[in-house]
Unconditional design. Structure first.
Length: 291
């Protein structure tokens, strides 16, 4: 099958799935681009359909990826450039768009490890790009799970998938209320650190080598009173200029890397060797990559 018409029913269905109501009704997620699909494949995340447009490929490994996805049961459907552009949510499509099933996890899915728990708790995050970036940072810093409390954005929003560079398919992400998360942390003796620009203590002054949960709040109002009033400790980042706060995703990244720094210094974790640069760098063109 090659889709060439803008009136194709499959195309129209994919376009409808851009809307959260339709995605949630059908419990689907859209995975656009080489990296999202390759990371979903590596994580064993189910992809049941892949629409592809060879004329829009930006690298050289798309064929191998499609073959691997097909071997896992994905149906491959070729699409002409004009209808593919209609299906995509990116300004510069890469010629790959997958459809998968949403997965909803609970606090019981947080993995148990030999090392002290290292969790990120995100309350009422509003912007998909921030949530996706926080997922990417959590993955890079070695976080065990991101606990999503009372979310205001959709975990399966295509922009979350994009900003996370696909790591949300491998990161455990329980969804729950703040009260449920608070009880879980207390029951499991995990230190709760509420991040707020109004705290007296700097985050670098705290021992972060034990069981710890960094709790961050919404872009608009920060953390709710539950966390502010009952956290074990409130911490802040040093602010040396006129700005009194940072973007929540930026502040989260800095905080998580302090946990990682302390654990590396204590010999609790080791840095793996750099990943081989096996894929065409064109796949990274939509990302601001540093270091």
């Amino acid at each position: 099958m090659v889709i060439t018409s803008l009136q194709n029913p499959k195309l129209k269905q994919v376009v409808k799935w851009r809307d959260r109501r339709d995605r949630d009704r059908d419990q689907v997620v859209l995975l656009e681009g080489y990296r999202a699909l390759s990371r979903a494949l590596a994580a064993g995340f189910g992809v049941h359909e892949v629409f592809y447009c060879p004329e829009l490929y930006v690298g050289t490994h798309e064929g191998q990826l499609l073959a691997a996805l097909a071997s896992r049961g994905a149906q491959l459907i070729q699409v002409a450039p004009v209808p593919f552009a209609k299906m995509t949510y990116r300004d510069r499509p890469e010629g790959l768009l997958g459809i998968g099933h949403q997965i909803h996890r609970t606090l019981a899915d947080i993995p148990r490890k030999d090392t002290p728990p290292f969790l990120l708790v995100a309350e009422q995050i509003e912007k998909p790009g921030n949530l996706g970036t926080m997922l990417r940072s959590a993955d890079a810093a070695g976080v065990d799970a991101l606990v999503l409390c009372d979310p205001r954005t959709d975990l399966w929003n295509p922009n979350v998938v994009r900003a996370s560079t696909g790591v949300l398919f491998s990161m455990p992400i329980p969804e729950c209320t703040s009260r449920q998360a608070f009880k879980y942390l207390k029951d499991n003796h995990i230190q709760i650190l509420a991040t707020t620009p109004h705290a007296e203590k700097l985050f670098t002054e705290v021992d972060l080598t034990g069981p710890v949960a960094m709790v961050v709040g919404s872009e608009q109002v920060g953390l709710s009173s539950l966390w502010m009033d009952h956290a074990d400790l409130q911490v802040r980042l040093p602010m040396m200029g006129a700005a009194d706060s940072l973007n929540v995703a930026t502040a989260t990244t800095i905080s998580l890397y302090e946990v990682l720094r302390q654990r590396l210094a204590a010999g609790m974790m080791t840095v793996p060797p750099p990943a081989p640069d096996e894929h065409n760098r064109a796949y990274d063109r939509d990302d601001d990559e540093s270091f």
